[in-house]
Design a protein around this ligand. Structure first.
Ligand code: SF4
Length: 378
């Protein structure tokens, strides 16, 4: 692309080029933000495109046939993503989640997974490598993803009933094919399979019990079903509080039919509140960003498809990491790993994000347009 052509997304989501501190110490893995939160989890969006049009993420009215998605040239290459992930790992990242849009639409994704699977933490431990998908391509790709080194997977599924499923994702795609994808993921030997259901009051809430029944009866502990409160992500999904079904109410509805008992969080920063079925048929998760904010131990950063770093799902501004990955210092030298790592450290150390807490407190700053979820991954 010529130097004078700025990719559309750059215009849409302006982001300053990070400052490269000159005297920064080498990464210690002990980096913490202004609230003492470590950097442990990096979500990497590998494409802004998707073959679904979920109303809570990419409403069809906005993301229509004229919507201009990112040109290939502005996407981070697999080598750039791997370099960035390695520098994040030096700062303490232990978990990588590949997202999108729909990540399985990115060609040759297996190659990226192989490259990321070869990374290690400073202690020599492989990174926890997972991916979130709408499952539409999973039957075809599950084995290749597992062979490439993917360890876990999360499949989004908002209903069992085809008509209700269509009302949530606005495409004509059979639920049976997503369910077949889940079976393919288990058959491929992925060690953890989770299913995420976004619950919208008045649209798919009647599917909560059928979903719970289906996954506990068919899979028991092999598949964990998680319910996500409808969130005001981005600026296009028409979010309203009266369409949020609070997790506490949802938990009560399930408990009345399938008795539940609370479980401890598996690790700090976990987004889901865990509940186990008292009869041993597995567990569910409740992700309650609206009614029970969990910013207190949020250790997640997000890298957009063309290399902008966001420190919160509800952020309005990012940091143009691609400019460093592809750029040069004032004397013309290509920025080194140590310099880029120093810039990352400075960004995280100044982080103070806690959007959901502010929303709950009713003290959100006015007017800032939030970045779209399809662009930075959920
Ligand atoms: S709102 Fe932002 S800071 Fe809070 S948990 Fe979500 S991503 Fe983290």
């Amino acid at each position: 692309m010529g130097d004078n052509v700025i990719p559309l997304a750059d215009l849409r989501y302006l982001a300053p080029v990070p400052v490269v501190p000159t005297d920064a110490a080498a990464p210690s893995g002990l980096l913490a933000d202004l609230r003492g939160r470590p950097l442990r989890d990096l979500r990497i969006s590998v494409t802004d495109r998707c073959n679904f049009r979920c109303s809570y993420c990419m409403p069809k009215e906005v993301f229509d046939r004229d919507y201009q998605f990112l040109p290939q040239s502005s996407l981070l290459s697999f080598e750039e993503i791997t370099r960035a992930a390695r520098l994040f790992a030096a700062h303490g990242v232990q978990k990588l989640r590949l997202t999108g849009g729909e990540p399985l639409l990115r060609k040759h994704l297996e190659r990226l997974i192989e490259m990321l699977a070869a990374l290690r933490t400073p202690d020599g431990v492989p990174l926890d490598l997972t991916l979130t998908t709408n499952g539409s391509l999973l039957t075809r790709k599950a084995q290749a993803l597992a062979n490439a080194g993917l360890q876990r997977i999360t499949v989004s599924l908002d209903a069992l009933d085809d008509a209700i499923f269509r009302r949530m994702n606005d495409v004509d795609f059979p639920v049976a094919d997503v369910l077949a994808g889940i079976d393919a993921a288990l058959a491929a030997g992925l060690r953890s399979v989770k299913v995420n259901m976004v619950v919208k009051r008045g649209t798919n809430e009647q599917e909560v019990l059928p979903m719970a029944r289906h996954f506990r009866d068919r899979y028991g502990p092999a598949v964990t079903l998680r319910f996500i409160e409808f969130m005001d992500v981005g600026a296009t999904n028409g979010w309203r509080m009266d369409e949020v079904l609070p997790s506490a109410e949802l938990q009560r509805r399930i408990h009345e039919v399938f008795a539940l008992a609370p479980l401890q969080a598996a690790q700090p920063g976990e987004t889901a509140e865990r509940w186990r079925y008292q009869d041993g048929r597995g567990e569910i998760g409740l992700i309650s960003s609206v009614t029970q904010p969990f910013c207190g131990d949020c250790n997640r950063a997000r890298l957009s498809t063309e290399g902008k770093l966001y420190l919160c799902l509800f952020a309005s501004r990012g940091h143009d990491l691609r400019a460093l990955l592809r750029g040069q210092g004032p004397d013309g030298h290509a920025w080194t790993d140590a310099e880029i790592a120093a810039a990352l450290g400075l960004i995280w150390a100044q982080r103070d994000d806690r959007y959901s807490e502010l929303r709950s407190a009713g003290t959100l700053p006015a007017g800032e347009r939030r970045v779209e979820m399809h662009y930075i991954g959920g």
